[in-house]
Design a protein around this ligand. Structure first.
Ligand SMILES: [Fe+2]
Length: 295
């Protein structure tokens, strides 16, 4: 049974433990989370001007839409301001910045209908992020940039928290993916041919749970949660942000969510930057997590 904690000011230690146990946290907009969403929204609106980014899919040829995303997404991801804003979020939420490492934020776009489902608009099938080579203590932080509805949200499949799913994660190696898959994204419009980790057994996706924080609000969940992009039938493009964190003490002690079914290789650990000075995870700890998901 999962619990959803709303606006709880728990210590970060307690919050991480509950997240590793399969519970969820939801926060109302805070000044730091709103600042990150405002920054992303301004960047989107500038890129799609004169169109509203949520409706541009109805007026632009898909190739042009993809070309705008191909420029916009990396600019947001790698903008120095994005990193600073994440640091502010972590501080406001009570994380110890010396111990907390984060990855640069992603900007996701989920177009409505069949307009764009591949490459830069990839519609994530039910998956656990731990099928993609992170440490088991990885937490995901997810924020909608515009109001969301049940028809364009993210869904959690909580029944699978303690149920293994047959999947292809044994074929996924993060270092290989970085060399090939990610670079191919802008060229993929009609179909996504990249090898993703995926479930290979029929899943019971109902009932699911959809949490709808306001823009600038935030969901935090374990990378071991099975979740998916709801097929967007809202008529508008959904734009969301997410980033991940890992905790140095938990990495060193191998604390985190249980590993039921992930067998991927490689590691994302090198992507994480310390909250204080943006340095990488120390080598001796990073070494411990090479191929850590192999069971
Ligand atoms: Fe995910």
């Amino acid at each position: 049974m999962a619990t959803v904690y709303f606006d709880r000011r728990d210590s970060d230690d307690l919050r991480r433990q509950r997240l590793y146990d399969g519970h969820l946290y939801v926060y109302s907009p805070q000044s730091s989370t709103s600042a990150l969403c405002d920054f992303a929204r301004d960047m989107c609106e500038e890129a799609f001007a004169p169109h509203d980014p949520r409706d541009a899919q109805h007026v632009l040829p898909v190739e042009q839409f993809v070309a705008i995303l191909a420029e916009l997404k990396p600019r947001f991801i790698h903008h120095p301001r994005s990193k600073e804003l994440i640091r502010e979020i972590l501080a406001e939420l009570g994380c110890d910045l010396q111990q907390t490492y984060f990855d640069v934020p992603r900007m996701r776009t989920a177009a409505s209908g069949d307009y764009l489902r591949a490459g830069l608009g990839y519609q994530f099938k039910p998956h656990r992020d731990v099928w993609y080579s992170p440490p088991l203590c990885q937490l995901n932080w997810w924020l909608p940039v515009y109001p969301i509805e049940a028809e364009n949200a993210m869904a959690f499949h909580l029944n699978y928290w303690d149920r293994a799913v047959e999947n292809t994660s044994h074929e996924f190696n993060y270092q290989e993916w970085n060399e090939t898959g990610r670079k191919a994204a802008p060229g993929l419009i009609k179909a996504d041919t990249r090898r993703q980790s995926e479930a290979i057994e029929p899943l019971e996706l109902e009932p699911d749970v959809r949490l709808l924080p306001e823009p600038g609000g935030m969901i935090i969940f374990s990378a071991a949660q099975l979740h998916s992009t709801v097929p967007n039938t809202s008529g508008r493009t959904r734009i969301s942000l997410d980033f991940r964190t890992v905790h140095l003490g938990d990495l060193a002690e191998r604390r985190g969510a249980p590993n039921l079914d992930s067998r991927c290789s490689g590691t994302t650990i090198g992507d994480n930057l310390r909250g204080t000075d943006f340095s990488h995870v120390p080598d001796e700890v990073a070494e411990m997590h090479q191929n850590a998901a192999l069971v």
